[in-house]
Unconditional design. Structure first.
Length: 84
């Protein structure tokens, strides 16, 4: 996946999933720095190091995991409601 595609996915996934403070804590950065990563521009990306993209990969992984957990919980609620 290209660097720009990673940033775009991070923007989209983080917007839907939320929980930014939790994600920041898990990947070991401040919420403000995570916000900066989520709002990166093409100009910003050019200055990012490989370590920055490792953080972005970690953030994506955490956001995906949280999102999957939310989907799972929602599915359980829907199934219970259908049984009523």
């Amino acid at each position: 996946m290209s660097e720009e595609a990673k940033i775009e996915e991070l923007k989209e996934v983080s917007e839907v999933v939320g929980n930014h403070k939790v994600v920041a804590e898990i990947i070991g950065v401040s919420p403000q720095y995570l916000c900066k990563l989520r709002r990166a521009t093409k100009k910003d990306i050019k200055s990012y190091t490989s370590e920055t993209f490792e953080l972005i990969d970690k953030a994506l992984s955490v956001y995906r995991s949280i999102g999957k957990g939310k989907i799972s919980k929602l599915s359980e609620v829907v199934i219970k409601q259908e049984q009523i």
